[in-house]
Design a protein around this ligand. Structure first.
Ligand SMILES: [Zn+2]
Length: 99
């Protein structure tokens, strides 16, 4: 009789991702900040491990420009997520200036 090990989603990739999202600094402390990205449904969540407040705030200032560019390129067409993809690509291009 052959026995099969139950497959789980756990993997090295999951471990790495959980480390990236771990709400702590290098010494294990939980840290909070005022960035919009760390507030969900009105509740403040701990900052992800490699969260960079300055980068996040600079990136947030790009949203109105990205919306304007996306509206010019995609109009109101979000069929199949078109507008969303154009917006994401535009944000990625604009955010390169923040690095
Ligand atoms: Zn922050």
């Amino acid at each position: 009789m052959t026995t099969y090990k139950k497959m789980t989603r756990h993997s090295k990739i999951d471990d790495a991702l959980s480390q990236l999202d771990a709400p702590q600094g290098g010494n294990g402390e939980v840290r909070y900040c005022d960035c919009a990205e760390t507030q969900i449904d009105g509740e403040r969540i701990p900052s992800p491990r490699f969260h960079d407040c300055q980068y996040c705030r600079a990136r947030s200032t790009l949203v109105p420009t990205a919306v304007k560019i996306t509206n010019e390129v995609a109009g109101s067409n979000n069929g199949g997520g078109h507008w969303t993809r154009v917006f994401a690509d535009t944000m990625e291009e604009l955010a390169k200036r923040c690095l």
